[in-house]
Design a protein around this ligand. Structure first.
Ligand SMILES: C[S@@+](CC[C@H](N)C(=O)[O-])C[C@H]1O[C@@H](n2cnc3c(N)ncnc32)[C@H](O)[C@@H]1O
Length: 190
């Protein structure tokens, strides 16, 4: 399914194969939330990162995923029972997420290949995330050697949290946060 979608729209998929278990582990380690908070995954694809979050103890009712491709959203509903799967465009997050879902977001993982987009388009995603999860920032995985986002131009801070050669291609996990907001202290999955 992943490869078929890549053939259909390589810019939207950004990768030929799903994220590896090593990359999933690194994302899980960086996306710990306090008890009662949810994780929001944007561009969940085949759901391997979401699955790893659930396997690490995140209760399914505290997982919200957004995926633009209808077939993939249907697949996510099958493989992530109990999670909230929303078929839609992450640029429309404020419209897609009910306020009670937004209010609980503790961490955001963005798998959408932002590096391939013009800056104004990147800003639409960044603004949408900030609108539903103010001050939280987001984790973003990327195959770039340097930051996939021009973070200063987006008024973000950037930190490379992890890197793994055990992904095709080797991948980094970046944490971006609004420049003027303090980092929310991560806690264990509750
Ligand atoms: C790099 S792939 C995600 C890979 C995923 N981690 C996996 O292993 O299956 C990027 C995903 O983002 C989705 N996507 C791209 N643009 C999107 C958008 N505007 N809103 C929501 N999802 C989007 C694509 O359909 C694709 O599933």
């Amino acid at each position: 399914m992943f490869f078929r979608r890549w053939l259909a729209n390589p810019l939207q998929m950004g990768s030929v194969v799903p994220s590896s278990p090593a990359l999933c582990r690194r994302l899980v380690a960086q996306s710990r939330v306090a008890p009662g908070q949810s994780v929001l995954e944007l561009g969940a694809g085949t759901g391997v990162i979401s699955r790893a979050l659930l396997d690490a103890g995140l209760p399914p009712e505290r997982l919200v995923v957004v995926e633009i491709v209808a077939d993939m959203a249907a697949h996510l509903r099958r493989v992530l029972p109990g999670a909230t799967v929303i078929e839609g465009d992450a640029r429309e997050l404020p419209r897609l997420l009910a306020p009670e879902l937004s209010a609980r977001i503790g961490a955001v993982i963005c798998g959408i290949p932002l590096v391939l987009l013009p800056r104004a388009e990147q800003a639409r995603f960044i603004d949408a995330i900030e609108a539903v999860a103010p001050g939280r920032g987001f984790l973003h995985y990327s195959y770039c050697v340097t930051s996939p986002l021009p973070w200063r131009k987006h008024a973000l801070t950037a930190r490379r949290e992890a890197w793994t050669p055990l992904n095709f291609p080797p991948a980094s996990v970046w944490r971006y946060q609004p420049e003027n907001k303090a980092a929310a202290a991560p806690g264990p999955h509750g």
